[in-house]
Ligand binder design. Structure first.
Ligand code: GLV
Ligand code: MN
Ligand code: MN
Length: 417
């Protein structure tokens, strides 16, 4: 279990090695869930952890757990995040957290062995399946199943755009199992994916709560026609209806944001059928998400979106069907965890401040079942879901030190509800 290189150099070398898996020309990675490349990153992670004496297992939805038993029979402190990425994603989103978790666990294991101490908990590092939700919707799929928010059978039967099920894809890369994990506490570190830490000159963000998010899949139904020969009055243009919905979402963000509570809306996915030059679209599938820090502000924006749908249906003469939804609340992280994290940062002399997370993370789910701590390190210019995503080596290493300190305190039994 000993390092052959200094721990910081070992972390940076491992991060560089992980970043070569699915590397893109623009400096990012493309490792969509349960693709062969995601399989390679899982094999790489397995090799790393087994090489340090951990046992690696997969659960029923392909969550990957590297376990180190320090106290037989005790439940686990789990450190984790995700190794899957968006198409042309950055190399830090998720991967940093899994590797920081791995190195924090290795440092603590070494320290405990050297000091001959027995902790209160065992330690595991998790690579949650399909956090990104791009190939298979919804996002945070593995942690949603693990926390009982999504039935495993429903997740396993979900198909990608080519009709491949999650179950098939997981079996194809050999990472479908039946392991179950007895979890006591969870901690995750992630890049901020926003600008607030960088703007404030802080190294560590202590995440106090999530934003609320309402994501909806819509199908706009029109009728296929000739773009030239069909007079406007006869059209049922699905693309016009879908585009109006995209514009409405942006207007709602502008109109419903208040000084205290911002509203953020997006359409991230938009598929046009049959998508041919001289054809009025018969159907468009799109995903709209609406987010806010405040439940009432979010509810008002959401109600406005649904009111606007009725107007758009009338004006574009189309039918808009609402399909699956993925919703999470604006909700606080554990206060005792925030205090433990603040004390840890003070102990290490790391500057810190509280932040809220706009993005969803696996901890969004985990915090609802076990005491959970969520930490951020800065993202240069807040760039994320982009090949240019960047966090400096110095900030990554400070984050590993921070997670190690936090996890050490949790292992010693400081964080119990
Ligand atoms: C993550 O799933 C997000 O939507 O922020
Ligand atoms: Mn992420
Ligand atoms: Mn992401």
């Amino acid at each position: 279990m000993a390092y052959e290189t200094p721990p910081d150099d070992a972390f940076l070398a491992d991060f560089r090695s992980l970043s070569t898996i699915g590397a893109t020309a623009g400096g990012g990675v493309d490792r969509q869930a349960a693709t062969p490349v995601d399989g390679q990153s899982r094999t790489w992670f397995r090799g790393l952890m087994e090489g340090h004496g951990f046992d690696v297992h997969y659960d029923e939805v392909g969550n990957q757990f590297a376990l180190l038993q320090l106290v037989p029979g005790a439940p686990y402190l789990v450190l984790g995040s995700h190794l899957d990425s968006q198409p042309l994603g950055g190399r830090f989103d998720g991967a940093y957290g899994v590797l920081a978790g791995a190195h924090a666990a290795l440092r603590l294991a070494g320290r405990l062995a050297a000091e001959g101490r027995t902790p209160a908990l065992n330690i595991a590092v998790a690579n949650w399946f399909n956090e990104e939700g791009c190939r298979f919707k919804p996002s945070m799929m593995g942690s949603s199943v693990f926390t009982g928010k999504l039935p495993a059978e429903q997740a396993l039967q979900t198909t990608d755009p080519h009709g491949v099920t999650v179950q098939q894809a997981l079996e194809d890369i050999g990472t479908h199992g039946d392991f179950t994990l007895d979890i006591a506490c969870y901690a995750e570190i992630h890049i901020e994916q926003g600008r607030s830490l960088e703007d404030a000159g802080l190294t560590i963000g202590l995440v106090e709560s999530t934003w609320g998010a309402n994501k909806y899949e819509f199908v706009v139904h029109g009728e296929q026609a000739h773009t030239g020969a069909t007079v406007i009055a006869d059209r049922h243009d699905a693309l016009l209806g879908a585009s109006s919905l995209v514009v409405a979402a942006r207007e709602i963000a502008e109109q419903h944001s208040t000084d205290d509570h911002m509203v953020i809306t997006s359409c991230g996915e938009f598929t046009v059928f049959p998508n041919s030059p001289v054809v009025v679209a018969s159907q468009v599938k799109l995903l709209v998400d609406v987010r806010s820090t405040d439940a009432d502000v979010l509810a008002a924006a959401d109600a406005e979106l649904h009111r606007r749908i009725a107007d758009i249906e009338q004006r574009a003469d189309v039918r808009i069907e609402r399909g699956a939804e993925h919703i999470w609340d604006a909700k606080a992280y554990d206060q005792a965890g925030m205090e433990l994290a603040a004390a840890s940062a003070d102990e290490l002399g790391l500057s810190h401040g509280t932040v809220r997370t706009l993005a969803g993370h696996d901890s969004t789910n985990l915090k609802d079942i076990v005491p959970t701590i969520m930490l951020f390190v800065p993202s240069v210019e807040g760039i994320s879901h982009n090949e240019r995503e960047l966090t400096s080596d110095e900030d990554m290493l400070d984050g590993v030190r921070m997670l190690t300190e936090v996890a050490g305190r949790v292992l010693a039994g400081e964080f119990v509800r």
